[in-house]
Design a protein around this ligand. Structure first.
Ligand code: OGA
Ligand code: MN
Length: 210
């Protein structure tokens, strides 16, 4: 049987909306069931083994380039309608999009998301998620897919919060982090083992007239 869709007024989603309004970010350690987390992790590994993940680029459009000194992950963008587990994730994120629009009036129109695999030693230097030439990205999300992650494995997401406070997130399976794309500098520390995630961005409509 097809699982029921999570409604946009689910307490978990409302908590994320409240956190974003108050602090600009939210961390939910138990966002996904273990079963769905494992299915998504298996799907990410499968795509990696098939050679479908490509070195991630920095920037957008003509300024896009692969620079391993900045980020060493490999990615693949998600499409709807390919795999049930991915569609479940996209449906969940669409409920979150509706919750954000209702609570924060952000006018978020779509969600773009990719699998990311950081091989051992890979990192992503401190950055923000909004491009100079494209400010449609409003809210960033990172969902971790690593079942048994320990602090000594590294790979933390280090967020620079207000007043120079830093916060480290362990990339433990099922944990979701959400933050304002344009305001939250963050980096991924090198890890000693393969690190899997689904990263995504809620976007508003562009000013582009075409
Ligand atoms: C990104 C990013 C964070 C993470 O892909 O832009 O910052 O923890 N990812 O994977
Ligand atoms: Mn980022």
């Amino acid at each position: 049987m097809r699982p029921m869709r999570i409604p946009p007024d689910h307490p978990l989603l409302l908590r994320i909306v409240d956190d974003l309004a108050a602090n600009g970010w939210s961390q939910q350690n138990i966002f996904l069931t273990d079963a769905l987390t494992l299915e998504l992790a298996a799907e990410c590994r499968k795509r990696s083994e098939r050679g479908e993940l490509a070195p991630a680029a920095v920037g957008r459009g003509l300024t896009q380039e692969v620079r391993e000194g900045i980020r060493g992950d490999r990615i693949q963008w998600l499409e709807a309608g390919e795999v049930t587990a991915c569609d479940r994730y996209l449906e969940l994120m669409d409920s979150l999009r509706q919750a954000l629009n209702r609570g924060l009036f952000l006018g978020l129109e779509d969600f773009e998301s990719h699998f990311a695999l950081y091989p051992p030693g890979a990192f992503y230097l401190k950055h923000i998620d909004r491009f100079r030439d494209d400010d449609r990205r409003m809210i960033s999300t990172v969902l971790y897919l690593n079942p048994a992650w320990l602090p000594e494995h590294g790979g933390q997401l280090r967020m620079s919060l207000r007043d120079e406070v830093e916060h480290d997130v362990q990339p433990i399976g099922g944990c979701l982090v959400v933050f304002l794309s344009g305001e939250m500098p963050h980096e991924v520390l090198p890890s000693t083992r393969e690190r899997l995630s689904l990263t995504g961005w809620f976007r508003r409509r562009g000013d582009d007239p075409f």
